[in-house]
Design a protein around this ligand. Structure first.
Ligand SMILES: Nc1ncnc2c1ncn2[C@@H]1O[C@H](COP(=O)(O)OP(=O)(O)O)[C@@H](O)[C@H]1O
Ligand SMILES: [Mg+2]
Length: 387
């Protein structure tokens, strides 16, 4: 379950790197400096293939090659190198223990750069490298963007169960910021934060990645006020054929979870991320999470209260959702957006309602949200430098 559930157990097998202060790496970790120069021994069976792409000449049958001559020569392959060791970094302090890994602040011994190392949880794994860890690394690498946390490399610890993703270190996360700030963000600040968040989400969706866990603790912010979407621990590609049983419903931390997931939909798409973006928008305005429910039923009734219960008109697909019949809807009532967000401009309210729309088919996309009049109406952007 995602972070708030608190059901995670800390990783038992810790590397020396995590436990002790500055130290020399154990002797069994290969170190780049000590690595011997590759000797120029010709592999006995390796066929010699011309470096320049000259027209291939088929060898006589007696010297049959082990692979096609049409395969490009080794020198044209992308450089694949072994991962560096975690001992390339000096551990500074532990930032947080989340649901999927521990995050450390560290210093790159070569460049002096301050970075964040997230240790992936692998040690319970019995079936090789877990798909969740692969997805996290794949998603981070395929979504590079100004507003997505930058991934630098993947390093390994003392054993194969210790794998760390090295990221740029970002000073704050929005959840902690919102709790320590004496006053909420200004309307102009919220606008620039939303624009950055939507740019990142749009970029992920264009690259076929669903984040599936957007919430304020997964949004980092540097001292120049730039947002970086982080924590791709639940991200996955969409557009892939959905397997038997559909996509898992245990995605998105409860408070940010879209109604179609709450009602048991087994297929869902980019719209689930836009619902979470709507919850984040509301949280920035209110300075506290919008739906602080203790369980799924309470969450649904809070949603029904704010949006008005769904109708055949507002959500034609509602009655065919697996759990719809188990829910007794309250009597019809109008939405309460205006009462709840009395200071928001009408363009802002319109965007918020477009994000928090029941029907995932009609919920605004990230691309359309970026073009919403909210972003071209006053007050325009201005963000104080954070100190
Ligand atoms: N690149 C980073 N720079 C600074 N802090 C980070 C970074 N990545 C994560 N963190 C901190 O660690 C916390 C947990 O990281 P996250 O990737 O969200 O892991 P989890 O999947 O365990 O929630 C974040 O909420 C944030 O406070
Ligand atoms: Mg997280």
């Amino acid at each position: 379950m995602p972070a708030e559930s608190g059901s995670s157990t800390p990783s038992k097998k810790r590397s020396k790197w995590e436990d002790e202060d500055e130290e020399d790496p154990p002797s069994y970790i290969p170190q780049p400096k000590r690595r011997a120069k590759p000797k120029s021994i010709k592999p006995v069976d390796e066929p010699r293939i011309a470096e320049s792409p000259a027209p291939p000449q088929l060898p006589p049958v007696s010297q049959k090659l082990s692979h096609s001559v049409y395969v490009p020569p080794r020198t044209l392959h992308p450089p694949i190198q072994p991962s560096r060791s975690v001992y390339s970094y000096e551990r500074l302090n532990q930032i947080e223990e989340g649901s999927y890994g521990v995050v450390f602040r560290a210093r790159d011994k070569q460049t002096g750069d301050i970075v964040a190392l997230k240790k992936l949880k692998l040690d319970e794994e019995k079936n090789g490298f877990p798909i969740t860890a692969l997805r996290e690394i794949y998603a981070l690498m395929s979504c590079r963007h100004e507003n997505v946390v930058g991934v630098r490399e993947v390093v390994v610890g003392d054993t194969l169960t210790q794998v760390f993703v090295v990221m740029d270190f970002i000073e704050h996360d929005l959840k902690s910021l919102l709790t320590v700030m004496p006053a909420p963000f200004l309307q102009s600040e919220i606008k620039t934060l939303m624009l950055q968040l939507l740019s990142a989400v749009n970029h992920c969706h264009q690259n076929w990645i669903l984040h599936r866990d957007l919430k304020t603790s997964n949004l980092l912010m540097n001292n120049r006020g730039t947002i970086k979407v982080a924590d791709f621990g639940l991200a996955r590609r969409f557009g892939d054929p959905v397997g038997v049983g559909g996509m898992t419903q245990l995605v998105v931390t409860l408070w940010y979870r879209a109604p179609e997931i709450l009602l048991g939909a087994t297929t869902y798409s980019t719209a689930i991320d836009l619902w979470s973006v709507g919850c984040i928008f509301a949280e920035l305005l209110l300075k506290e999470p919008l739906f602080q429910a203790h369980g799924e039923l309470e969450l649904l009734s809070m949603i029904f209260k704010l949006l008005g219960p769904p109708t055949n008109h507002s959500w034609p697909g509602y009655s065919s959702l697996p759990l719809a019949k188990t829910i007794s809807l309250p009597s019809p009532q109008p939405h309460q957006f205006r009462q709840k967000f009395s200071y928001l401009s009408s363009a802002g309210l319109d965007l918020l309602m477009a994000l928090l729309t029941y029907d995932p088919e009609r919920r605004i996309t990230a691309e359309d949200a970026l073009d919403h009049p909210y972003f071209s109406s006053d007050p325009l952007f201005f963000l104080h430098e954070l100190r």
